[in-house]
Design a protein around this ligand. Structure first.
Ligand code: SAH
Ligand code: SF4
Length: 406
């Protein structure tokens, strides 16, 4: 695998993080306690929360309901917004808006806002796809974020502030955010404490007030994380990125399969579905000639037969520096038909925003600069070599990526 030192940097080296915690990462009781400790009335916390979630203020200094001295004190202690700047690129005729956010240390993360107009009985929806980490350590070879490697976990407020950004932009048009999916950069179950705190903020009626059913967290298969969620009870909808039912192939497509093999992942997901009564969604990115064969459809049908599960088949978004492309639609349809024949409910999804690279990580990768030609060709050769071995049914002998699975 590519050594981390050869990887392009997502953060501006030397730029330090603003040490003030982000306001939106604080639970209301924590903020209230801070005000009380300063001899202020507890309702000040409510005024700050209103400004954060419903107001037009862009920094603490502009919260009109607070006396000037209190505003200054809040500003000295906390960051009103952890996102320093954002560049938005529209696509799909305005139905998709891709945002590249810069954080205080220069790290770049992405979020994607997708608008779905009303259709028949289905009301209009506005879904935001957010990031949980800057980069990702898992290193799936078809993913732009995976190629960038891991920079750092996001703080709770950095996760929440992506949502505030989108909610503000929707409010300008009299619209409301209806769904949030953790399918941007990063592996949410490897930053689970902050993801759980962020989901709590999104679900709290005093903050965003999004029903927990309208939040989906996608994982590449961190088994201890899934089990921890099961013990907590239903928190949100869980999606599992499966991509392959056979260990040899999944070792190559999702490198942490070498630590938690596919049978363990599906066992954990099954227990989760049983304990919470919530259906699991499995994601399969369809890659031509790699994981879309009749043998793969057969293996997946056998693996999930009889489960309370749903499968989404997603044509691979083209990303730079991979030798792979999306499966043709006819092949995906045959794959879906095989799963449905086993009673597994299956949807074929179209990836949004391909013209601006909506598979998360692509804008950040563009900013990180083009890697040296030699590094690109080494990467391609490695992907071809590993997938060829996988297709012959050989388990991977590659080491686990650094930072996953300890
Ligand atoms: N790390 C988590 C969540 C972020 S990735 C996970 O892997 O589940 C969110 C989804 O985007 C995953 O299902 C992932 O497989 C998919 N994805 C990544 N790169 C893609 C690409 N080039 N084309 C299509 N889907 C992609
Ligand atoms: Fe990480 Fe998910 Fe991309 Fe894999 S697909 S590298 S787990 S972000």
């Amino acid at each position: 695998m590519t050594a981390p030192t050869q990887r392009r940097q997502l953060a501006v080296i030397g730029q330090t993080r603003d040490p003030r915690p982000g306001l939106s990462g604080l639970a209301p009781a924590e903020l209230e306690a801070w005000f009380v400790a300063r001899g202020e009335r507890p309702y000040r916390a409510r005024q700050v929360a209103d400004a954060m979630w419903r107001g037009v203020a862009t920094d603490a200094a502009a919260i009109a309901t607070l006396p000037a001295a209190v505003r200054e004190a809040v500003d000295g202690e906390f960051r009103f917004d952890t996102i320093v700047s954002t560049e938005v690129r529209p696509a799909d005729g305005g139905l998709t808006e891709k945002a590249l956010h810069r954080l205080s240390d220069g790290a770049l993360i992405e979020s994607v806002l997708m608008h779905y107009p009303a259709r028949g009985a289905q009301r209009e929806r506005h879904t935001l796809c957010i990031s949980s980490q800057a980069g990702c350590a898992v290193g799936c070879p078809f993913c732009a974020t995976g190629e960038l490697g891991f920079t750092r976990d996001l703080e709770t407020a950095e996760i929440v502030d992506q949502v505030r950004h989108a909610a503000r932009s929707l409010a300008h048009n009299g619209q409301r955010l209806t769904n949030v999916v953790f399918m941007g950069m990063g592996e949410p179950l490897l930053n689970l404490d902050n993801v759980l705190a962020a989901v709590q903020a999104l679900a709290d009626p005093a903050r965003l007030g999004l029903g927990a059913r309208h939040v989906t967290v996608s994982t590449s298969g961190v088994v201890p994380g899934i089990r921890r969620l099961t013990a907590l009870g239903p928190q949100f909808t869980l999606a599992v990125s499966l991509h392959a039912a056979r260990d040899s192939l999944r070792d190559a497509l999702v490198p942490l399969n070498r630590r938690w093999p596919v049978a363990d992942v599906v066992d954990a997901a099954r227990d989760h579905a049983r304990a919470t009564g919530r259906r699991i969604t499995y994601e399969v990115t369809m890659i031509s000639g790699i994981n879309d064969t009749p043998q793969d459809a057969e293996a997946l049908a056998a693996l999930l037969a009889g489960d309370h599960a749903h499968v989404n088949l997603i044509p691979m978004n083209p990303v730079a520096h991979t030798p792979w492309t999306a499966s043709p639609m006819g092949v995906i349809e045959q794959f879906a038909a095989r799963l449905r024949a086993s009673g597994i409910s299956t949807t074929i999804r179209r990836n949004r925003g391909q013209d601006i690279g909506a598979a998360c990580g692509q804008l950040a990768a563009e900013r990180a600069g083009e890697p040296a030609a030699a590094a690109v060709s080494r990467r391609r050769e490695r992907i071809v070599r590993e997938s060829a071995a996988a297709l012959r049914g050989e388990r991977s002998r590659e080491p686990l990526p650094v930072g996953v699975g300890e």
